[in-house]
Ligand binder design. Structure first.
Ligand code: MN
Length: 332
């Protein structure tokens, strides 16, 4: 698979990189690592994401390579620019969000690089996927490890490190393999400073975010004897705290800190009126199965979906699905 991926990169000269909507540290880290790698090889590369680079990752992109998707302005003719369009950290076209339109319209050769579980491939000319990888960044790491002379640039190493840290939950999730620790150690050997990365990633929050977390926890529901924790955030909650959707980052992980909680779910109102659902599992309940019931997806222990209904109705349906899954995966 990596040989095919290397050949794909080699055979194109104007490569557009994008990721799923609301890209995370792995999507952005993977995109930036590839961007720097391709530029160093003399290729034209761009990164376009929707809606924008998350603010806690701005430090990772001092050159502002990541372009926020602007369909009526600079990206009016985006579909015509690339000869290859690579989607990283996603392998379903629908996850591109509004970038779907130029993606569909583009004559570029289309590919995805991903580690998410998914159904039969659709919409890509080529797929480079490995659900056993801890992060999409791990796939780029393996590509470089197989042939790129060391040391790699600090920009590439730091971007890969951030991707790995993000998707392993700072090496706390069950995907924190020995191989991913070795990869991280190699990146540290090449100049990454972990403490600095953690400072930038996690210790730069704004008061609005903690106020929002506090407000959300006031409404924490513990169901199924405390095995299922549910949080809800409305647009009114965001407004009351002066917060925005970026401030929801990592909120869904927090209830798993409670003893006995096996599944944590966050439901929140998106700007477009839809209800988004984030699901996390400690280790035994398959929340990907729950997300799929609503047309979503992700990983066994971390998935997401969206529902076009009221918050109350979404909450009722999600409760039903989660409770059924908990009962089937955790027999009494
Ligand atoms: Mn990922």
């Amino acid at each position: 698979m990596l040989d095919r991926f290397a050949a794909f990169l080699d055979s194109h000269g104007r490569i557009l990189i994008s990721s799923h909507e609301n890209p995370d540290g792995d999507g952005v880290g993977t995109a930036l690592a590839l961007f720097h790698l391709l530029r160093a090889r003399g290729k034209e590369a761009r990164i376009v994401v929707h809606p924008h680079l998350p603010p806690d990752l701005a430090w990772l992109d001092p050159g502002q390579a990541v372009e926020p998707f602007d369909p009526s302005g600079r990206h009016k003719d985006l579909s015509a620019w690339p000869d290859a369009w690579l989607v990283v950290d996603a392998s379903e076209v629908q996850r591109l969000g509004p970038l779907r339109d130029p993606f569909h319209a583009s004559a570029a050769r289309k590919a995805c690089l991903d580690h998410h579980l998914k159904d039969a491939p659709a919409g890509f000319d080529e797929e480079f996927t490995d659900p056993a990888a801890s992060a999409s960044a791990e796939l780029v790491y393996r590509l470089l490890d197989a042939g790129e002379p060391r040391p790699w640039s600090l920009s590439v190493c730091t971007a890969l490190y951030v991707g790995i840290v993000s998707d392993t939950g700072n090496f706390q999730f069950s995907n924190s393999t020995a191989a991913i620790h070795r990869a991280a150690a190699d990146l540290i050997d090449q100049g990454v400073r972990p403490a600095r990365a953690y400072q930038q990633l996690f210790w730069q929050e704004r008061p609005q975010k903690l106020r929002l977390f506090g407000r959300a926890f006031q409404g924490l529901e513990l169901l199924e004897g405390g095995a299922y924790a549910r949080l809800q955030v409305t647009l009114a909650d965001l407004a009351a705290c002066g917060a925005d959707h970026d401030d929801l980052d990592r909120l869904v992980n927090k209830p798993l800190e409670l003893a006995g909680v096996e599944v944590s779910v966050l439901l929140y109102e998106a700007r477009d009126g839809r209800i988004k659902v984030s699901l996390r599992s400690r280790e035994r309940v398959d929340v990907n199965a729950v997300a799929r019931r609503f047309g979503g997806g992700g990983h066994t222990l971390a998935s997401g979906a969206r529902l076009e209904t009221s918050l109350a109705e979404a909450s009722r349906r999600v409760d039903e699905a989660v409770v059924a899954q908990v009962r089937s995966d955790l027999p009494p």
